[in-house]
Design a protein around this ligand. Structure first.
Ligand code: ATP
Ligand code: MG
Length: 201
């Protein structure tokens, strides 16, 4: 599978729901860093929440698929959804390293808020060794704070300026709950899916 993919982007998230902030971030990274493919990886769930949140996970997967299907360079992976127990980005990156082999360089794409929390991630130092991070600007978070991370880590993080989109899944869920419009904040297919399934009411 990985023959033609020399540079692979991984876009992790809960995607509850996926929105234009995620899509602009991934597409900007694809273009700026010459990525052949970007794989969106909806996050899995802690084992103790498994039953209750399984349906939620399927909705997140479906919405991610609907949002990414129109971009030939985008795909989605269920690897974290189908894995037992907690999901860690470290395990996910290792999974794709094995799938694609040594000829593929891996880039992990995040927004500013996520990169500033990277020291809380499992095996953060090792993760930064096996893939390059691309950190996008995000309204409300200061990418300048990356300089507070250990120096060896900063070398592994590429900063990327993108058009500011003050969109979050939290805000979209609140809007739906409050009866406000979510049009133009996310792809129409995802908007329709949310309304049709009665999500976030
Ligand atoms: P929630 O409000 O539920 O936390 P979210 O909008 O932050 O949702 P996530 O699924 O948590 O979305 O984010 C996945 C990744 O996308 C993270 O790396 C996050 O930083 C990035 N991201 C999300 N929204 C934006 C945005 N508007 N601009 C830049 N990056 C974003
Ligand atoms: Mg978030």
């Amino acid at each position: 599978m990985g023959e033609s993919v020399k540079r692979l982007g991984i876009m992790g998230g809960t995607f509850n729901p996926i929105h234009y902030g995620h899509l602009v971030t991934a597409e900007s990274a694809r273009s700026k860093f010459g990525l052949d493919q970007v794989i969106f990886v909806p996050s899995g769930h802690p084992p103790h929440k498994r039953l209750r949140d399984n349906s939620d996970a399927e909705h997140r997967a479906m919405m991610t698929l609907l949002a990414t299907i129109t971009n030939p360079a985008f795909t989605m992976s269920r690897v974290e959804l189908d894995r037992e127990g907690y999901s860690y980005s470290y395990d996910t990156v290792n999974y794709f390293r094995e799938q694609y082999g040594d000829g593929t360089e891996i880039f992990f794409i995040t927004g500013a808020d996520a990169i500033l929390e990277i020291f809380t991630w499992k095996n953060a130092a090792e993760l930064l060794r096996i893939c390059t991070f691309i950190a996008a600007t995000r309204p409300g978070f200061d990418l300048g704070d990356v300089h507070k991370l250990p120096e060896g880590w900063q070398d592994r993080i590429q900063l990327m300026r993108i058009p500011a989109l003050s969109i979050s899944s939290t805000d979209i869920r609140r809007r739906v709950h409050g009866g406000d419009t979510i049009k133009y904040l996310l792809p129409e297919a995802v908007e329709n899916y949310i309304l049709k399934q009665g999500l976030y009411l």
